[in-house]
Ligand binder design. Structure first.
Ligand code: LMR
Length: 400
């Protein structure tokens, strides 16, 4: 039955982790997947998460029953507050249908299924480049994928004009995927003024934004600042979708905890939208897992845990920024040809180095440095002691 089946290519990101695990070299470095590591190269469980888990397990009312289809109601409420802000009109007017889902991917996928059926025949425009899984999950949800210009290799910056031109020439009502902050893979974000310009064109062309928010608080340490774009669109009274993930900002990667919100124009519509979201979730996975969501609720609802989270979040963001400066310095010290300012200018978890696919092969084959073939490195996977070797590997690879 399966004799004709072809080998599928490895995943663009998770396939790198698989290759890294197979490598026997002592010097190997994994800068592929976006997962935070300590200075010692170890995965990190936040202290605030340990504390929340302690409280959970010692609770005599510990409950492992199924959650409802939309997840923990308190989780949904607090997640919406985190994204939109306590005083948001969207929340006051009950214009958000928010459901707990399986981290970023699951939330995007449920949103995609909903759009494919209830907002049919509209393409979704993805930034070029984008997180590779966007290109896979939306077609599987039944949506047609197109691209808009985003990154300008000549300047290592945003192709703002190109982006707006593509939005203006998009079919009316098209969906546009926007990275809420810390664009993955480029680390290049619009400025506040540019976000305003994007909002103007989105409104004029009646486009429907779908925000992917995977790094709130993780990008800069500032939970409010990293939600700027989402709140700008919310406060302007726009309708949009939002996928939130707690993988990075709470380090809950494997717990698969996130949320999907659909922002509507009216509370009566919100109810109907929520009922339809349930109709997609139930046949997909019935209901979301509860442990991670309970951790999030404990932290977001307790002022002491919340402020502890903010301190730890700032610590992670600061370590990543320090890695940017140290790598930049190391590249200067080894005399790597070219300019490397973009390493310090980009924000978030990743750096888009500008290395070509061939150069990445050299990084991996000769230096045992694992990174994605688009030239992206996870700054969160780097530590001070590895900067020198990484800089030498980059110098060698770009000189080829
Ligand atoms: C990444 O881009 O490396 C992360 O978002 C992890 C993933 O699931 O791809």
């Amino acid at each position: 039955t399966w004799a004709q089946i072809e080998q599928a290519p490895p995943d663009a990101i998770l396939g790198i982790t698989e290759a890294f695990k197979r490598d026997k070299s002592k010097d190997k470095i994994n800068l592929g997947v976006g997962a935070y590591r300590t200075e010692e190269g170890k995965p990190l469980v936040l202290e605030v998460v340990r504390e929340a888990e302690q409280r959970l397990v010692s609770d005599p009312n510990l409950d492992k029953e199924y959650l409802g289809i939309t997840g923990l109601p308190e989780f949904c409420r607090l997640s919406a507050i985190l994204a939109f802000g306590e005083d948001s009109k969207v929340l006051a007017e009950k214009r958000n249908a928010t459901v707990q889902s399986l981290s970023g991917t699951g939330s995007l996928r449920v949103g995609g299924e909903f759009l494919a059926h209830h907002y049919p025949n509209k393409p979704i425009l993805l930034p070029k480049p984008t997180w590779p899984n966007h290109n896979k999950l939306f077609p599987l949800a039944g949506m047609k994928v197109e691209q808009y210009r985003y990154y300008k290799p000549e300047t290592c910056g945003l192709d703002y004009e190109g982006m707006l031109e593509d939005f203006r020439s998009a079919p009316e009502g098209a969906v546009v995927l926007l990275h809420a902050c810390a664009h993955n893979p480029t680390g290049v974000d619009p400025t506040k003024e540019q976000w305003q310009g994007i909002l103007d064109v989105v409104r004029e062309k009646k486009l429907l934004p779908f925000f992917d928010s995977a790094y709130q608080g993780f990008a800069t340490g500032d939970l409010e600042g990293d939600a700027h774009a989402i709140r700008l669109f919310a406060d302007a009274g726009m309708e949009f979708l939002l996928a939130q993930s707690y993988a990075k900002n709470l380090g809950l990667y494997g717990e698969r905890v996130g949320a999907l919100s659909v922002v509507t124009s009216d509370p009566a519509i919100t109810k109907k939208v929520e009922s339809q979201l349930k109709a997609y979730v139930r046949p997909l996975y019935s209901s979301p897992p509860r442990h991670g969501a309970e951790i999030v609720v404990k932290i977001l609802s307790d002022p002491q845990l919340y402020s502890q989270w903010r301190v730890e979040l700032q610590g992670m963001a600061d370590r990543i920024k320090a890695m940017r400066s140290q790598l930049f310095q190391a590249l200067q010290d080894v005399g790597a040809p070219g300019t490397w300012n973009h390493i310090v200018d980009q924000i978030g978890m990743f750096s888009f180095t500008g290395l070509t696919k061939e150069q990445v092969h050299n990084m991996t084959d000769k230096w045992h440095v694992y990174m994605t073939f688009d030239g992206r490195i996870s700054m969160a996977g780097l530590s001070g002691s590895k900067c020198q070797r990484l800089a030498e590997a980059i110098k060698d690879s770009v000189s080829h």
